[in-house]
Ligand binder design. Sequence first.
Ligand code: ADP
Length: 284
Amino acid sequence: MSDIDNCTHDCSTCGVDCPSREASGNNPADFLEEPHQFSSIKKVIGVISGKGGVGKSMVSALLAVLLNRMGYKTAVLDADITGPSIPKMFGLHGKAGATDSALLPVSTKMGIDIMSVNLLLEDETSPVIWRGPVIAGVVKQFWTDVIWEDVDFMFVDMPPGTGDVPLTIFQSLPVDGIVVVTSPQELVSMIVTKAVAMAKMMDIPILGIVENMSYATCPDCGKRINIFGESKLEDTATKHGLEVLAQIPINPTLSEASDQGLIELFDGDWLDIAAAKIESMLDK
Ligand code: ADP
C-alpha cells in the first residue's frame, strides 16, 4: 500500500507531498506549534545525522556545554526518542518535574535544561516501542508542554535519518539552523545530499557540517591517523556549498566523560568555530 493509501488526513504527521497537502497549504509555517506560554526560547538549532551512532547526541551536548560556558542559557530537547542518550551524558537519572499544566526540564550541574523521554520513563532502560506519529507527538509535547525558561539556545537532538519523524519535527518546531553531523564513512553515502534537500524543503539554513570520529591521534607520538582514509569532508562540503564547522577526533577521554555522565567537564576546542557561528545567530 502506498503512503497516500494510508492517509489519516493529518498532514502534521505526514511528509508525503500529495494533492490534499496542496489544498491545506504547503507553507512550512502552517504546521508550527506554539511553545508553552511561559517559555522563552531565542534560537533553536536542530542537530541531524543520517544514521545512529555517529555522535549526533555528543555534538548536541558539547555545543550546549560550550555556549553555556560562553555565558548563555542553553537547553537540549532530546528528540531522539528511541535512542535517548542525552540524560546519561550529563549524569541525569532523576525524573522531570511537572505542574498541573506543564512539564519542567531537569537542570544539569551547570544549569543546562534537559528534556528527554528517559527523564519520564519509570525504568530508563525500557525500550520505547512507539510508531512514528506517536514519537513525533511526544517531541511536539516537549516543545508545547515543557516550560523552557529564558533559553538563549536550544539544541534539538533529532532522530537519525530524513524520514517522516524528523520531517514532522522540523515542520512543528521553529528551527533556526541545522548542524549536520557525519562520520567519515557516512560522507560517501547519500546522507548529506538528503539532509541538504530536507533542509531546503523546510527552508531552514544549514549552519554547516561536523565530521565526528574523523581521525585518531597516536597517544605516544601525537601523529594524526586517518583511520577511514583521506577525508572526503571538504569535497562534500564544497559540492553542497556548506561550511565545515569541525572535525572531531575519536577521543577516549570524550567517550569516557560521556559514559560517566561528566560531559560538562570535557576539554577540547574542536567545536569553538561552530559555537561562535551559533552565537552570532543572536545578532540576526
Ligand atoms: P548518535 O547520537 O549519533 O546516535 P552518540 O552521540 O550517542 O551517537 O555517540 C555514540 C557513541 O559514540 C557514544 O557512546 C559516544 O560516547 C561515542 N562517541 C561519540 N563521539 C565520539 C568521539 N569523538 N570519540 C569517542 N567516542 C565518541
